[in-house]
Design a protein around this ligand. Structure first.
Ligand code: ATP
Ligand code: MG
Length: 201
């Protein structure tokens, strides 16, 4: 039996990417014996239109820096190169087109985002494109799974209580973010002066 590759997909704004994202991806990768996890930074984030988001290139580069040392982690530009707002249905269609029909996709999603999944564009098609893997996140209840029976699983990941929002707030307040995000990302944020003066949500 020579099945296709098992590919995790970790979508996010990654503004910035932090250790919570990396731990969740690593844990799901191990638990489901995935061959690869593709991190996919969003283009125009439609659910976050109420605040300034770092440029797609900055978010992409931070994601590359954060994942560079892990041979199982890669980063895709599909969402930032597609014009318009990002919808996961397009992400999965593009990745499927790029990776061929034998690839099996596992979309990784944290507990907070999971409850909104049924309202996503073409929610019913999503389930034909990928398995959905809900992972635990401190401070959030896992909910919504009943709607996704069949191609849906839940995985408990080590609790890393950090969010991009907290990282941005800490940078703006002059507080350290080292050990919340990879060292290279700390340095990139400082070098580019990200998150210093921004009004946030
Ligand atoms: P923001 O605070 O700007 O919303 P975020 O920390 O929630 O940022 P996102 O880019 O919105 O990060 O999240 C991308 C994906 O990673 C989502 O599925 C989210 O649920 C998941 N995720 C984010 N942080 C964690 C964490 N600490 N533990 C587990 N999953 C997480
Ligand atoms: Mg979020």
């Amino acid at each position: 039996m020579s099945g296709g590759s098992r590919i995790g997909v970790m979508g996010g704004t990654f503004d910035p990417i932090h250790n919570g994202h990396l731990v969740a991806a690593s844990e799901v990768c191990h638990a489901l014996a995935l061959d690869e996890v593709i991190f996919v930074p969003t283009g125009q984030p439609w659910q976050k239109a109420d605040r300034d988001v770092a440029s797609a290139e900055d978010r992409f580069l931070m994601t590359v820096i954060a994942t560079a040392a892990n041979p199982l982690f890669t980063v895709s530009r599909v969402d930032i190169d597609r014009p318009g707002e990002t919808y996961t249905v397009d992400t999965l269609r593009d990745l499927r087109a790029a990776r061929g029909p034998d690839a099996e996709f596992f979309f990784i999603i944290g507990a907070d985002a999971l409850s909104g999944l049924p309202t996503w564009k073409h929610a019913e098609d999503l389930l034909t494109l990928a398995h959905f893997v809900g992972c635990t996140r401190p401070g959030h209840q896992l909910a919504g799974g009943v709607l996704l029976e069949g191609r849906f699983s839940l995985i408990e990941v080590p609790a890393v209580e950090v969010s991009s929002t907290v990282c941005r707030e800490r940078v703006r307040a002059g507080l350290p973010i080292r050990y919340l995000v990879p060292d290279g990302v700390v340095e990139y944020i400082a070098k580019r002066g990200l998150y210093l003066g921004q009004d946030d949500d």
